[in-house]
Design a protein. Sequence first.
Length: 455
Amino acid sequence: MYLEHFGLAEPPFRITPHTDFFFSGAQRGATLEALLYAITHEEGIVKISGEVGSGKTMLCRVLMERLPSHVVTVYLAHPSLSREDILYALAEELGLGLPESARTGSVMRLLQEHLVGLYAEGKRVVVLIDEAHAMPLETLEEIRLLSNLESNRHKLLQLVLFGQPELDATLARPDMRQLKDRITNQFMLAPLGQEDVARYIDFRMRAAGYRGPSVFSAEALRLIAQASAGLTRRINILADKALLAAFAAGKHEVGAAEAKAAIRDAALEPAQAARPFRLPGWLWAVAGALATLLVIGLWQWPSPLPSDGPAATAQPREVQEAPRGHPAAPSVAAAAASVSATPLLDQLLATSQPWFDTLSPERWFVQLYTGLDARRPEDVEAYLRRALQAGLPRDELRVYWGAAGEAGRYGVIYGDFASQREALQALESLPAALRQARPYARKASALQVKHAEPR
């Protein structure tokens, strides 16, 4: 709305991660370089912690782009996987076909054999786990066991955990000490100081195409820095609203009045808005030892399904896709019983099949959601209807079925793109209601399940 008014080529303060807008100040760039070094030099488990909205997901996305070509990246966007499901998720992402009814021990053995083969080819595998603080304790224990996968002289799997300070509190538990001891590098994304906030806003404006003197006055910057508590997501929200207020008033400068209007409109919680700034960015290396002081209670990721109606009575178990042929599909009786109750799911399963049959491994799409329990098709129906209500074209939605462990599950994907950039652009334009489930851009070659109907 205000782009032409301020001479901008694109919105400067989107809250969805856009790697062209990565701010390397306030030790963000130094942290990225340290991460790249730790990952490429087999430095054990790496942990990155930070408050909600501090830029962890942005850092993760930039890291994925900067890793060298010989590094095979596995990105787990849904951390609330069971201990068994995380093994199937890794196997599927690595393109590892599993025998029917494979047990956990067999999956671990096959994973190790596959990783040894990749290592022999000169490849390294890194697993990036977003929102790791939401992981069940038993799954974190499985992470520790995965870190033991090694050849005679080298680690076969590099693990990187991104999480809120609650992750530090979990790792401080006595029963988590073995996992904590395996973390060789830990970083903390501290909130931005007032000077960094000013540089951050100026950087985002110029990355979006602005040319000219600073739009934000010194007082506006001070107010935004104070109200945001230095958290980049809050800064983006406030700066965007302040620009809109200035545009509505016909001004080309954001002053104190516009900043105050933005703060009122954002309705920030007083306890968080008044939180003092933390130590300057150059002290980030010592922040890991202080992270446990920041615990504010166990955070739970909200369900992406509607909050009302029968579909909301039970949350689906989140799992990743498993290879074709793994048991077990829903029974014929169960499938027949669900036909009348899930017409949209049934139609999309049928129309998705031809697309999967001709899918090129070089295409890209947006993985909207995985792990919708096949035993509850009404949950899938509710999610699909929510996607349509949010404005996604029906002919761009597709559903597939797979199996992980004992429970079958559905996955929902969106779009068909020739490049990762196109998929990322579609991801950034998704409505906020669909971003709660942490969708991500995905290459077709990473999706081993190529059938749309239960087998």
